[in-house]
Write a protein that binds this ligand. Structure first.
Ligand code: NAD
Length: 489
C-alpha cells in the first residue's frame, strides 16, 4: 500500500477525494525507534475543516435516507479490506508509533471488531412501540442520525481508536470527519485508501490532518453536531467545555493513572507476567497501563522481587524486529518529560528499584528508548503518584488491607481502570463494588475496551455521559424521537 501524499506531505480526504491541505504549516512524522522522517503532515486550518464539514453536511440527507441494511454493506466490505491489508497497516503503525508488531496487529484486530459490531446496526438502532399508551393511542420511539459528527484521536492507538467511532457513526446514518493525531497520521492515511475503495457517496467519510487549529475549527463549526475526543485529560476537558458551549453533543475520554492491587493469596507468577505486560506493553503508553502496583500485606515484598526480575528481562528494541517485547516512547519530548518526572519523584523521596533511564539500543542509538523502570517508597500525596507518566514506569506502593488499598485507589483523581489480583471472590466483589473507576480488571491487567461494551472511564478520565463503543455508541450517534398517534376510525 502507498500513502496518499504529494511532495512528501500527506493529503486530506474530503468529499470522496484526496486533496492537499491549504495550510502553510506542517510537521514531521518520525519513526520513534530511529528518528528517521517518514513524511510530513499538514497542520490543516479552518478552510480545510470547513470544506470537510460542508462535504459532510451535503452528503447527510442522502446517506441518512439510505436504508441501514444498505449502509452496512459498505462496512462488510471495509472489514474484508482491513483484514486483507492488516499486515501492511500494522507494519506502518509500528513504524510511526513505535509499538511492537504483535501489539500493532492486536490493536488492529480490536479496531476491526468495532466494524463487526456496527454491521448489526439494523437491529441495534431499532426503536420501540407501545400500543394503547392511552385508549386508542399508540406511542413510537424512533432513532434518527444526529447529522455531521467528528472524532479527534490520540497518538497511542492510531489504528484502533478512530475505529471506536467511524463505523458506528456512519452505520447510524451520520456523516463523519476524522482528525487523527498529527504524530501518527500514516495509519489512517492507509486505512482511508481502503475507505476510498468502498465507493461511499462522497462526503460520508472525511479525513482532515492537523493539530490544535484543526481541533478548534471542528469545535466551532456549526454543521458539526457531535464530537468524540480521546487524549489527555487537560485537552479532553477543554474540548468538552468548548464543544458543549457551542451546543454540540460531546464525549471526551482523557488520561489515566491506573492502580493494580495485589493480594497475598494471588498466584504471584501469573500476577507478575500480567502486570509486567500491563505496565510495559506499548512502553507504558496505554490509557490502561498499570502505573501503580499496590501490594497488600506481605504481597508487596514478594511482588517487588518478581516484577523486578520480569521487567529487567524484557527485550527492548525496534518493534519490527523479532523477539522485541517493548518499543520506544513516541518522541524525544516525551522521553525528556518522563525523565523529568522521575527526577522529581527522586526529589520527593521515591527510590529506584530498577533504573531504565540510561539506555542505548545498539543500532538504534537515536531512538526514544527507555528501559522498564520501577520505583518504590512512592508517597501517595507526591506528584509522581498523581501524574500520568505515560512511559514504562511502575510505582510500588503498600497497603495493610484490601480496604486500605481501595481507599488509596479512590484518592486518585483519574478513574480509568483499577485491577485486583486475588483468589478470593469476596475480595473481588468488595473491590468491584467500592472502587471508583469505570473499567475494573479481576486477575486481568488490561481491562481492554471490547467493542461490545462501552469504554467507561470515570472521574478525570472522562468528560461527558455517553461513552464510546457498545450500546452507548448507538445512543451517542442517534437522536430519539417520540411519536404519539391517534387514528380515529
Ligand atoms: P493529546 O491530548 O496530546 O492529543 C490528543 C488529540 O488532541 C490529538 O489529535 C491532538 O492533535 C489534539 N490536541 C493536542 N493538544 C491540543 C490542544 N491544546 N487543543 C486542541 N487539540 C489538541 O494526547 P496524546 O498525547 O495524543 O495521547 C495520549 C493521551 O491520551 C494520554 O493522556 C492517554 O491516557 C490518553 N488516552 C486516553 C484513552 C481513553 O480511552 N481514555 C485512550 C487512549 C489515550
Amino acid at each position: 500500500m502507498q500513502t496518499a501524499q504529494q511532495d512528501g506531505q500527506l493529503l486530506n480526504y474530503i468529499q470522496g477525494a484526496w486533496r492537499p491541505s491549504g495550510a502553510g504549516e506542517s510537521s514531521q512524522v518520525k519513526n520513534p525507534a530511529t528518528q528517521e522522517t517518514l513524511c510530513r503532515v499538514p497542520l490543516s486550518g479552518r478552510s480545510d475543516v470547513g470544506a470537510a464539514a460542508e462535504a459532510a453536511r451535503a452528503a447527510f440527507p442522502g446517506w441518512r435516507a439510505t436504508p441501514a441494511v444498505e449502509r452496512i454493506q459498505y462496512l462488510f466490505k471495509f472489514k474484508r479490506l482491513l483484514e486483507d491489508h492488516s499486515e501492511e497497516i500494522s507494519r506502518a503503525l509500528t513504524q510511526e508509533c513505535g509499538k511492537t508488531l504483535a501489539e500493532a496487529r492486536g490493536e488492529l484486530t480490536r479496531g476491526i471488531q468495532n466494524v463487526e459490531v456496527a454491521t448489526g446496526i439494523p437491529s441495534l438502532m431499532m426503536g420501540a412501540v407501545s400500543e394503547d399508551i392511552a385508549r386508542g393511542i399508540d406511542e413510537i420511539m424512533i432513532r434518527q442520525p444526529v447529522g455531521v459528527v467528528a472524532a479527534i484521536t490520540p497518538f497511542n492507538f492510531p489504528g484502533m481508536i478512530p475505529l471506536w467511532f467511524l463505523p458506528y457513526a456512519i452505520a447510524c446514518g451520520n456523516t463523519f470527519i476524522l482528525k487523527p493525531s498529527e504524530k501518527v497520521p500514516v495509519t489512517m492515511n492507509l486505512v482511508f485508501a481502503l475507505v476510498d475503495e468502498l465507493k461511499l457517496p462522497p462526503g460520508v467519510v472525511n479525513l482532515v490532518n492537523g493539530a490544535k487549529e484543526a481541533v478548534d475549527a471542528l469545535l466551532d463549526h456549526p454543521a458539526i453536531r457531535a464530537l468524540s475526543f480521546v487524549g489527555s485529560s487537560a485537552v479532553a476537558k477543554y474540548v468538552y467545555s468548548r464543544a458543549t458551549a457551542n451546543g454540540k453533543r460531546a464525549q471526551c475520554q482523557g488520561g489515566a493513572k491506573n492502580a493494580v492491587v495485589i493480594m497475598p493469596d494471588a498466584d504471584m507468577a501469573q500476577v507478575t507476567n500480567i502486570v509486567a505486560e500491563s505496565a510495559y506493553g506499548c512502553a507504558g503508553q496505554r490509557c490502561l497501563a498499570a502505573s501503580i502496583a499496590v501490594g497488600v500485606g506481605e504481597a508487596g515484598e514478594v511482588f517487588k522481587r518478581s516484577i523486578r526480575n520480569a521487567a529487567a528481562s524484557l527485550k527492548v528494541g525496534y518493534g519490527l524486529e523479532d523477539g522485541v517485547q517493548m518499543g520506544p516512547v513516541i518522541s524525544p519530548e516525551s522521553k525528556r518529560r518522563i525523565l523529568g518526572i522521575l527526577e522529581k519523584g527522586a526529589q520527593e523521596g521515591a527510590r529506584i528499584v530498577l533504573d531504565g533511564r540510561d539506555t542505548a539500543i545498539p543500532g538504534y542509538e537515536k531512538g526514544n528508548f527507555l528501559l522498564p523502570t520501577i520505583l518504590e517508597g512512592v508517597n501517595a500525596a507526591s506528584e509522581i503518584a498523581r501524574t500520568e507518566i505515560f512511559g514504562p514506569v511502575l510505582s510500588l506502593m503498600h497497603a495493610a488491607t484490601i480496604d486500605d488499598a481501595i481507599s488509596l485507589v479512590n484518592t486518585f483523581s483519574y478513574g480509568n481502570m483499577a485491577c485486583l489480583f486475588t483468589s478470593s471472590g469476596a475480595a473481588a466483589r468488595n473491590f468491584r463494588y467500592h472502587v471508583q473507576a469505570g473499567n475494573i480488571g479481576i486477575n486481568v491487567g488490561v481491562a481492554a475496551p471490547m467493542a461490545f461494551f462501552p469504554f467507561s472511564g470515570w472521574k478525570d478520565s472522562f468528560f461527558g455521559d455517553l461513552h464510546g463503543q457498545g450500546h452507548d455508541a448507538i445512543e451517542f450517534y442517534t437522536e430519539k424521537k417520540v411519536v404519539i398517534e391517534r387514528w380515529p376510525s
